[in-house]
Design a binder for this molecule. Structure first.
Ligand code: SAM
Length: 180
């Protein structure tokens, strides 16, 4: 099972579900309206892009549904903003703990971040990729922090990355954790 947190318009979820029909792919976002179109499309007939292996959940990352606990093989967060971004860059144990809780042991938590001073002000934090430490209290082991490649950014199917011209105009960081 794959869970995409802060999924926005759900493009990553639809693409991942179409690529792996045997895998349940869940998009979760605090803003239900963002997911309406993708949710309608997934619920439609197969000839119109319907995907029975897709679910969208309206919830905040700070309050993960208990039904997801320990279930995910992969948790993704692509180009977060607001409290989700603030939680990741500030190593907020509520956000990181929520990501850890829905992953089973050994599962990967993969995030792509692109942050400017303006984003940081809105998220109420600062971002220093070299200062990210393994947040042991959240049950996560830090595996990797590095600049993301153009292929990795493209694979996120992120509308937001396109809007930001993230692959070309601003740095994007890949941060990978493993559920300890
Ligand atoms: C910039 S958009 C990115 C959407 C999508 N992942 C993409 O790459 O196109 C950030 C999304 O994070 C969601 N978000 C922000 N804080 C959140 C939180 N605490 N819990 C869940 N979703 C959150 C917003 O509602 C928004 O849809």
């Amino acid at each position: 099972m794959v869970v995409d947190i802060g999924t926005g318009d759900g493009r990553f979820v639809l693409a991942a579900a179409a690529a792996s029909p045997e895998c349940l792919v869940i998009g979760l976002d605090a803003d239900a309206r963002a997911m309406i179109e993708a949710s309608r499309r997934a619920a439609g007939p197969a000839r119109r892009g319907g995907l029975p292996n897709v679910l969208f959940v309206a919830a905040a990352a700070e309050g993960m549904p208990t039904e997801l606990e320990g279930r995910a093989d992969l948790v993704t967060v692509h180009f977060p903003w607001g409290s989700l971004l603030g939680g990741l860059i500030g190593s907020d144990s509520q956000i990181l703990g929520g990501l850890a809780r829905i992953a089973h042991h050994g599962a990967e938590i993969r995030t792509l971040l692109s942050v400017t001073e303006r984003d940081l002000a809105a998220a109420g934090g600062r971002f220093d990729p070299d200062a990210i430490r393994s947040p042991t209290t959240a049950g996560l082991r830090l595996c990797e922090v590095r600049r993301a490649t153009a292929e990795e950014i493209a694979a996120s199917n992120s509308t937001w990355a396109k809007r930001l011209r993230a692959a070309t105009d601003r740095p994007v960081w890949l941060i990978r954790w493993e559920r300890a």
